[in-house]
Write a protein that binds this ligand. Structure first.
Ligand SMILES: Cc1cc2nc3c(=O)[nH]c(=O)nc-3n(C[C@H](O)[C@H](O)[C@H](O)COP(=O)(O)O)c2cc1C
Length: 153
């Protein structure tokens, strides 16, 4: 039996919905990543900030909202796809959390970009051997169950 936590970032709510659906199935703990300076309410302004972060590789500061991760062996890490990759807040989290023993299993929400694009970037942000199989969320419980089973969650 593994102990699992879902850690996710959202801007406008879709990834929260995905995280909550996964939580319902797994019973895992659930934590949202919160930047110290919140993203603007205005969608356009939030997009502009995300773009600046990406262009200048500025990692946003994070509030530590997560518990001691040593008690978990699996982290389901969720994010919206931004410009074919995870938002830099995910890189900030990975730097800060310094996961070494946990399996990290990514999931994303996106309009169309597949998770494979984000996986390529995540392999640069974290020891690739820690990464499980990623999933682009879809509201389909059998796809979710198959993904979780594939990752032995
Ligand atoms: C800054 C930004 C960049 C995005 N880039 C992509 C992209 O490259 N590919 C894609 O399919 N969707 C892209 N989207 C759409 C989001 O991935 C999608 O709407 C996601 O489900 C939003 O999740 P959220 O509601 O949790 O923030 C982008 C959205 C934003 C705000």
């Amino acid at each position: 039996m593994t102990k699992t936590i879902i850690i996710y970032f959202l801007l406008s709510g879709t990834t929260k919905k995905a995280a909550e659906a996964i939580q319902k199935t797994t019973g895992a703990d659930l934590v949202a990543l919160t930047p110290t300076v919140a993203y603007p309410q205005s969608y356009d302004a939030a997009v502009a900030r995300g773009q600046t972060e990406l262009e200048h590789h500025q990692l946003p500061d994070l509030q530590v909202t997560w518990p001691d991760l040593n008690q978990y062996d699996t982290v389901l890490l969720g994010f919206p796809t931004w410009w074919q990759q995870p938002p830099l807040i995910i890189e900030a989290f990975l730097q800060q959390a310094k996961l070494t023993n946990q399996k990290i299993i990514p999931f994303t929400t996106s309009v169309s970009t597949p998770i494979t694009d984000s996986m390529a970037v995540l392999r640069q942000w974290v020891q690739p051997t820690l990464l499980g199989t990623g999933w682009r969320y879809q509201a389909n419980s059998s796809a979710m169950t198959a993904w979780l089973a594939q990752n032995k969650v």
